[in-house]
Design a protein around this ligand. Structure first.
Ligand SMILES: CC(C)(COP(=O)(O)OP(=O)(O)OC[C@H]1O[C@@H](n2cnc3c(N)ncnc32)[C@H](O)[C@@H]1OP(=O)(O)O)[C@@H](O)C(=O)NCCC(=O)NCCS
Length: 393
C-alpha cells in the first residue's frame, strides 16, 4: 500500500494501488461469482491480472466472498467498490458511505488523436497541466465517472462534464468537480461528483466519488436543502439586492450564468459533506434565502442571507438553530460566526443561537489579512468585526 495519493476523503475511502501480494493464496476467499469468472479465464496473463486486482480489493478492505456483479460492475452489499487495471498496474477503492469509481492508466499515446471524441476545448482549458497529463486525466476521470454511474449508455463527451479542476504540480495531485448528466431508471437526476487525480510512478490514477444528497432539514416554517442548478437565477437575484449584500463583502455575480457556474463547480457538499443550503418557505415552496456551513482554513463558518421581506420574523434564527443541530450530527467540533457591528440583525442571530463573542477588531485591521474590496471597506469605515464561536463537543 502506498501513501494515500489524493488530497481529500482519506477518512472515508480506502485505496489500494499495485499491492505486492499477487498470489493465489486469496483464491480460497473468492465468491461463487468470482470463482466462475476466474475459471473462464484461459490466458495466464488474464488470470494473473484477475488475481492481482482481487488482491487490491482485499487490501482496500473488501470481503472477497461477498462480491457479485451488476452487469459488469463488481458490487458487494457491505460497501461501494470499484477496480481498474492497465497493462502493468491495478487499483481498487472501497468505501462504506460514498459511491466510487476508479481508473488507472499508463501513458497512452493515442489520446491526442481521439481527444475530440471524449472532451472539448472548453473542458481542456480548465486544466493547467501539460497537454498529455491533461488528456490522461480527462480520460481517467471520465472512466472513473462511467464506473461510478454503473449503468452503461454514457457518452464521454455528451454526458460527462468536468466543471472545475485544480492541479498541484509539486504533489502531482489534482481535484475538481464533475457532473454525470445521463439519467436512467435507477438514476433519475444528474449527479455531481468530486473527482481526484494523482500521478504515482508511471501511472495516472483517477477516482470519482458521489455522496448522496443531504435529506432536507425541516424547521417549523423553513426547509433547508442543497442547492441545484435550477436555483441559479434566484441566487443571482438575491445577490443583486444591495440591501442583502450591504455587509457581506461579496463581489456579486456578473450574470445569471456566473451564478449557475458557481453551483456547477460548488465542491462543498461532495468534498466536505456540508455547505450552504437553500432556505425554502414551507408555506409557499419558494426560496427565501440561504443558511449553512462553510469550511474555511480558520474554521467552519455559520452564515446566512435572506430576502428582505422575511427579515425580523425569526427566520434566520430558526435556520441557524437547525444548522447547528446538523453540525452536531456531523460531529463538527466548533462553529465560528462573524458580523459587522452595524449589522445588528446578523450578530443578534449569532447570539440568540448561543454563540459567544470572543473578539472584536476594527474592520480595517481585519481587512489586512483578507481580501476585501476597497469599495466595501470605504463604506464600512469605523465598524468593528465581531467574532463568535460555539463549541459543539
Ligand atoms: C442578518 C439577517 C440574516 C437576519 O435575519 P432575520 O430573519 O431578520 O433574523 P431574526 O428575525 O431571526 O433575528 C434578528 C434579530 O435581530 C434584531 N434586529 C434586526 N435588526 C435590528 C436593528 N437594526 N436593531 C436592533 N435589533 C435588530 C431583530 O429584532 C431580531 O432580534 P429579536 O428576536 O431579539 O427581536 C438578515 O437581515 C439578512 O439576510 N441580511 C442580509 C445578509 C447578511 O447581512 N447576512 C449576514 C452576513 S454576516
Amino acid at each position: 500500500m502506498l501513501n494515500y495519493p489524493f488530497k481529500y476523503l482519506e477518512e472515508s475511502i480506502c485505496i489500494s494501488v499495485n499491492p505486492t501480494t499477487q498470489g493465489e493464496a486469496i483464491m480460497d476467499q473468492f465468491s461463487t461469482a468470482d470463482r466462475t469468472k476466474f475459471s473462464k479465464l484461459k490466458s495466464p496473463a488474464k488470470q494473473q491480472e484477475f488475481l492481482w486486482s482481487r488482491s487490491a480489493l482485499l487490501q482496500a478492505g473488501a470481503h472477497l466472498e461477498s462480491i457479485t456483479y451488476l452487469g459488469k460492475k463488481p458490487i458487494t452489499n457491505e460497501a461501494f467498490i470499484s477496480l481498474s487495471h492497465c497493462q502493468d498496474g491495478v487499483s481498487a477503492v472501497y468505501s462504506k458511505g460514498l459511491e466510487v469509481g476508479i481508473d488507472i492508466e499508463t501513458r497512452r499515446e493515442n489520446l491526442r488523436r481521439i481527444a475530440p471524441k471524449f472532451t472539448s476545448e472548453e473542458e481542456k482549458k480548465r486544466f493547467t497541466c501539460d497537454e498529455q497529463t491533461t488528456l490522461q486525466f480527462i480520460w481517467g476521470i471520465k472512466e472513473s465517472l462511467f464506473k461510478l454511474y454503473g449503468f452503461g449508455n454514457v457518452d464521454f463527451k455528451q454526458h460527462l462534464d468536468i466543471t472545475s479542476f485544480e492541479w498541484n504540480a509539486q504533489t502531482k495531485q489534482g481535484w475538481g468537480t464533475a457532473w454525470i448528466t445521463q439519467t436512467c431508471a435507477e438514476r433519475n437526476e444528474p449527479i455531481q461528483c468530486l473527482v481526484q487525480t494523482a500521478v504515482v510512478g508511471d501511472h495516472y490514477i483517477c477516482i470519482a466519488t458521489h455522496r448522496k444528497p443531504m435529506a432536507p432539514i425541516d424547521g417549523k416554517r423553513v426547509r433547508l436543502r442543497e442547492w441545484t442548478p435550477q436555483d441559479a437565477s434566484w441566487l443571482y437575484e438575491l445577490n443583486m439586492n444591495p440591501a442583502v449584500v450591504k455587509y457581506t463583502g461579496d463581489a456579486g455575480f456578473t450574470s445569471e450564468d456566473s451564478a449557475l457556474n458557481l453551483i456547477r463547480t460548488y465542491p462543498n457538499y461532495q468534498r466536505d459533506g456540508y455547505g450552504r443550503w437553500m432556505a425554502i418557505d414551507k408555506s409557499t415552496g419558494l426560496p427565501i434565502g440561504w443558511c449553512g456551513l462553510k469550511k474555511n482554513p480558520w474554521g467552519i463558518d455559520l452564515g446566512f442571507r435572506f430576502l428582505e421581506y422575511s427579515w425580523g420574523k425569526g427566520i434566520a434564527t430558526e435556520c441557524a438553530l437547525k444548522t447547528i443541530e446538523k453540525a452536531k450530527h456531523l460531529k463538527l467540533p466548533r462553529l465560528i460566526g462573524r458580523a459587522l457591528s452595524e449589522n445588528i440583525g446578523s450578530w443578534k442571530v449569532l447570539e440568540k443561537v448561543g454563540m459567544q463573542r470572543y473578539h472584536s477588531v476594527p474592520i480595517e485591521e481585519f481587512a489586512e489579512d483578507f481580501n476585501i474590496a476597497s469599495k466595501d471597506l470605504e463604506s464600512w469605515k469605523g465598524q468593528m468585526l465581531h467574532m463568535y464561536k460555539l463549541d459543539l463537543k
